[in-house]
Write a protein that binds this ligand. Structure first.
Ligand SMILES: C[S@@+](CC[C@H](N)C(=O)[O-])C[C@H]1O[C@@H](n2cnc3c(N)ncnc32)[C@H](O)[C@@H]1O
Length: 363
């Protein structure tokens, strides 16, 4: 789709799925973060006008809608910082915001300017004061790949409890990788934060996969958990890629839960390709793949605890605890798994359950 020029544009169907994930994730993020922090920040760095041509809500309205509906559970200050470089879109967003009943403890700003400049100014001023950014979720949703310098995302993620959800146009980058204009290639190098990105053009092999892996490894330098999702249309063409980078195991889990809830019968397919050896399609039967993965990891290690298995599944794979339970049940049923009859504390283990204090051996 060419970059829209009008103030409002038609929503692409694939944007809906992205919004669905954003909405679900924020439903968890706002209350969790607000519970333990006096102040939390939601940055929408490429906010758009807040509304689509057909009337559907844009990401700023979605975030506010979720937060307003959770306001009773939230006490501290919630800062919303919407940034868009287009004056007309910011003006439209401000008009949309005037129609909302915004709770007193929310601080909402719609700012006109470039995301990179605005965020750099903020981070510079915090550095100068020696202060820290409050826990922040940054939604970084550009049309293309310019204006998202990796150095800046890196600086953001270095702040405690700050995370980023990024629409990353790996396919567009691949198409522009050998562009004759230095400026275009400069944006690519900037987005990756390394010249290695352009070397991928010469290296051969699967360029898209290599670019994706490079971005993933760059994010992994600053974030403990990096998940990568690919969104394809019904003809199996990649529409966009979403990267989520966080240092929190809980938020990592919440993002995975949000992804697993995307309608498997819908027009779009999501896959988790964080581990290239373990592409996970969300509509697939998960048990055989997870069984194989667990056996690869735990077989031959003797007795391990349920906690070790759960943490492995939750932190290192695309799967959730419910998938772990199904996989362990399947393995126990064919006697390839032994579970100690008593748990670590001496209590009897309940059949078909794999609590943290269970003793589990992959045979
Ligand atoms: C994909 S749209 C955002 C859609 C919005 N996040 C949503 O989900 O409803 C990208 C927006 O970024 C704005 N934009 C483009 N370059 C920008 C930059 N460097 N800084 C801030 N905004 C920019 C565009 O005007 C456009 O409104």
């Amino acid at each position: 789709m060419p970059t829209p020029k009008e103030t409002l544009w038609e929503m692409d169907p694939h944007t809906k799925a992205k919004h669905e994930i954003l909405r679900r994730y924020l439903k968890a993020w706002f209350p969790i973060l607000n519970k333990y922090n006096q102040r939390i920040v939601y940055i929408d760095g490429f906010s758009g006008p807040g509304r689509y041509k057909g009337g559907g809500p844009g990401s700023p309205m979605i975030a506010l809608d979720v937060a307003i509906n959770h306001r009773r559970e939230m006490a501290g200050e919630v800062v919303f910082w919407f940034i868009d470089e287009r004056r007309d879109r910011v003006a439209h967003l401000k008009q949309e915001l005037r129609g909302l009943k915004i709770p007193g403890h929310f601080r909402v700003t719609a700012d006109c300017g470039r995301f990179d400049r605005k965020l750099r100014e903020l981070l510079d001023s915090l550095d100068a004061e020696g202060s820290r950014l409050a826990p922040t979720f940054a939604f970084i949703d550009p049309f293309g790949f310019s204006g998202i310098p990796f150095t800046l995302i890196e600086r953001l993620l270095k702040h405690r409890k700050c995370e980023a959800f990024i629409t990353f146009m790996v396919d567009a980058i691949n198409r522009f990788l050998e562009h004759p204009k230095e400026k275009v290639v400069g944006h690519i190098v900037g987005a990756f934060g390394t010249e290695d990105a352009v070397q991928i053009a010469q290296a051969g092999g699967d360029r898209v996969a290599n670019l994706r892996a490079l971005y993933q490894s760059q994010l992994q330098r600053v974030a403990k958990f990096v998940r990568y999702f690919e969104m394809r249309d019904w003809q199996d063409r990649t529409q966009y890629h979403l990267f989520f980078a966080t240092n929190s195991d809980l938020e990592h889990l919440k993002m995975k839960e949000a992804m697993w809830r995307v309608d498997p019968e819908g027009a779009f397919r999501f896959s988790d390709a964080t581990n290239p050896d373990q592409l996970v399609l969300f509509e697939q039967d998960t048990t055989p793949m997870l069984v194989a993965e667990l056996r690869r990891h735990f077989h031959g290690k003797g007795q391990v605890t349920g906690l070790e298995v759960r943490k492995y599944v939750e932190d290192q794979t695309a799967y959730l605890k419910k998938h772990m339970t199904a996989a362990l049940r399947a393995e126990e049923a064919v006697r390839r798994l032994k579970v100690a009859p008593t748990k670590a504390g001496g209590a009897k283990r309940k059949k078909n359950s794999y609590p943290d204090d269970a003793g589990i051996t992959f045979l």
